[in-house]
Ligand binder design. Structure first.
Ligand code: C2E
Ligand code: CA
Ligand code: CA
Length: 665
């Protein structure tokens, strides 16, 4: 119904009014005509009545005679006489009770048909009925003609008057209303808010038009504000990511004529320090100051554009400039940032910047790809070079590496969504212990169409791009679910170790997420162990200490993984309250061939024992090494010599006597 209504063309207000007006004119005309007709009929009736009475009075004597004498000659006499009056076309004579006595053209009614009693009652015979219209016809015709003329004159006059009135109405009200309606429709359909209506008279329509103008003005302002907000960063007023992507799209559509286009990713160094120590308002102030400085510089160089991508990341685009110009420009930006001397609450914060720049000549690329490459170059500048700028071309190996990493990022996301990760277990064996084992380490694998992929391929990428906490949470959830669903295995289980990446341990958000998971699946906490590596938590030692403390209070064990591989391992032992030390595989594999490694291992075991920790030696590949380690009183051994990592499900049955094997080592 409403759909059908939508397709109907709206009838304009003016057309409706014109139709109404015409209708009213016709109605009025009809009423006038009806009135005149009635008047005319009345006139005709009265004049006929009167004439008939005259004629009746003249003829009544003869008629009475005719009735009494019942003489047809008298009747024809009367008829003859009446016929002599040309105005009388037809006439009738009636008795007192209405019966017709004579009709002209003459029809003689014999007296015998009359009731004899009535013959005496002739006194009432004066009643003469009115004939049909036609009496005095010519005079009436003239009167009628006059009335008609008057009628047409009046209708014509009222039409002209009506037209004039209509014109007045139209100009004063309807046209103004119609214009307002047209303007509203135009504003709504074309989103054109620039039109304004004339306001001469401040009647109701004038007020509505003025309000309409005001409304459009406000809409125009708000649209402008929205447009500005959509393209600018609210904090700094610089172009935002969206606007920079549009600019970059435009840039990439034109090949540089002489020089290069450049896409430069800028990331502040030590911004986090300001944010963490002084709060976000300090960080905001720093970003504003810095943006002002940068914008002041960039706006003097029309071939360059600057925008903020988010947090402390910026993007600079250069259009068709020689490589040296771009390098000079970036060096100046870097100097500007370093000379900022940001002060907050009496403290000065040294700020630096890392820049990854991609030069483009005629390589086919997309905005997303080139920004990704610049981001990768910036990451290199920050991590490998500790600041400064790295400039690359899209074909460079480093850019390709970064691209591969990004491919891995999306593979990790997809695998998480599709549940393509698998848990494998590797037994951790006490001296003289045989299968079924009771102590394991969980190791992650990715199931693909072509087989299993080991964590060395994706854990470093996940750590680098901040995805490792999601992986670790996935693992913890899968582990607790498996344990919860296999109570017999859980009963036998002594300890299950799960690896955690540095990011999982140092970001307090994950603590809550892990705790929630552990509460949802009540597993005896002393059966779980988190393995962390000192190198992963070194930069955020305080957070790591809090993490360990939080979960140890809940009964969960901790192991310090890859022990010895970091330079300052012994130093960190004091800070990190752990239950187990896992001596790194790089000591164990070549142990028998290297007396120095042997001595170092012995020292680690001793110190570990002195501080009350259990010792695990990992990557034990042969019996001699196992014997040597046992002689050193290492508490647990783990390695291919005992068992390779194998699917979790394989250990749940635990019928295996030998070593389950895994396609990934
Ligand atoms: P890791 O924690 O040091 O784990 C021990 C690694 O040594 C495992 O490699 C294991 O398969 C391998 N291995 C065991 N026995 C032997 C042996 O006799 N000889 C040799 N050469 N290697 C042996 P994998 O499974 O490839 O894991 C590599 C690393 O990936 C792990 O080192 C760990 O740091 C990380 N990782 C594995 N699973 C996870 C996980 O769920 N979360 C996190 N964050 N990291 C994980
Ligand atoms: Ca481990
Ligand atoms: Ca290890």
């Amino acid at each position: 119904m409403t759909d059908r209504l939508k397709h109907l063309q709206p009838i304009s207000f003016r057309a409706q009014l014109a139709a109404l007006f015409l209708f009213m004119a016709f109605l009025l005309g009809g009423m006038i005509l009806g009135f005149f007709k009635y008047q005319q009929d009345q006139l005709l009736h009265t004049s006929m009545q009167r004439q008939a009475e005259v004629v009746a009075r003249l003829a009544v004597q003869d008629v009475a005679r005719m009735v009494y004498l019942d003489d047809p000659d008298v009747a024809s006499d009367i008829a003859e006489r009446l016929r002599g009056i040309p105005e009388i076309l037809e006439a009738g004579f009636f008795g007192p009770d209405g019966q017709q006595l004579l009709r002209l053209p003459p029809t003689y009614l014999p007296a015998r048909r009359l009731d004899p009693d009535r013959r005496t009652h002739h006194s009432g015979w004066g009643a003469i009925g009115s004939g049909p219209p036609g009496l005095l016809q010519p005079a009436l015709n003239v009167a009628q003609q006059k009335a008609q003329n008057l009628f047409f004159l009046m209708v014509g006059g009222s039409l002209v008057l009506g037209l004039l009135f209509g014109l007045f109405l139209d100009r004063s009200f309807i046209a103004r209303l119609a214009e307002l309606s047209q303007a509203i429709r135009h504003a709504a359909s074309q989103e054109d808010y620039s039109q304004r209506l004339d306001v001469h008279r401040m009647d109701e329509i004038g007020t509505a038009r003025a309000q309409f103008n005001k409304l459009l003005e406000r809409v125009e302002q708000q649209t402008e504000t929205l447009r500005y907000q959509a393209l600018h960063d609210p904090l700094t007023g610089l172009y935002n990511r969206h606007r920079m992507l549009l600019e970059l799209d435009k840039l990439l559509r034109r090949r540089p004529a002489q020089g290069y286009h450049a896409v430069c990713y800028l990331d502040l160094d030590r911004f986090k320090v300001v944010n963490d120590t002084c709060g976000h308002s300090a960080g905001d102030e720093l970003l504003q100051q810095l943006s002002n400085e940068l914008l002041g510089y960039v706006s003097r160089h029309p071939a360059y554009r600057l925008g903020r991508l988010g947090d402390d990341e910026f993007l600079v685009l250069a259009r068709d400039k020689p490589a040296q110009d771009i390098a000079r420009f970036l060096a100046n930006i870097k100097r500007l940032v370093e000379n900022l001397h940001f002060r907050y609450l009496e403290r000065e914060f040294p700020i630096g910047i890392s820049i990854g720049c991609i030069l483009i000549k005629d390589e086919p690329t997309t905005a997303i790809e080139v920004i990704g490459a610049a981001d990768g170059a910036c990451y290199r500048a920050k991590r490998l070079q500790h600041g400064g700028a790295i400039t690359l071309r899209l074909g460079d190996q480093q850019v390709q590496d970064h691209k591969q990493n990004m491919d891995w990022v999306s593979r990790i996301y997809t695998a998480l969504e599709n549940n393509s990760f698998r848990l494998h277990l590797q037994p951790i064996v006490a001296p003289r212990e045989t299968a079924p084992y009771r102590h394991f380490e969980v190791l992650l694998r990715l199931q693909t169409d072509t087989g299993l992929i080991g964590p060395d391929h994706f854990i470093p990428v996940a750590e680098r791009f901040g995805l490792s906490p999601r992986l670790d949470l996935w693992v913890i959830e899968a582990v607790v679910t498996q344990l919860y669903e296999n109570p017999a295995f859980l009963d036998r289980l002594e300890l299950l170790a799960v690896n955690l990446s540095g990011l999982t341990v140092t970001d307090p958000h994950n603590r809550h997420a892990i705790d929630t998971l552990l509460k949802a699946f009540p597993i005896p906490p002393e059966k779980l162990c988190f393995e962390i590596t000192e190198t992963a938590v070194i930069s955020e030692m305080e957070q790591a200490v809090q993490f360990i403390d939080f979960f140890r209070r809940r009964g969960i064990r901790f192991a310090l993984d890859d022990f010895g591989s970091g330079m300052a391992s012994f130093g960190y032992l004091q800070h990190l309250e752990v239950d187990i030390l896992k001596i790194d595989g790089s000591f164990i594999r070549p142990l028998r061939q290297d007396p120095i490694l042997e001595e170092m291992t012995r020292a680690m075991v001793r110190i570990g024992h002195i501080t009350g920790k259990r010792i695990v030696a990992e990557q034990v590949e042969d019996g001699e090494t196992a014997a040597l380690l046992q002689a050193m009183e290492v508490d647990y051994l783990q390695g291919y010599h005992f068992a390779r990592p194998a699917p979790f499900e394989q250990f749940i049955g635990q019928k295996q006597a030998g070593s389950p094997s895994s396609s990934v080592g």
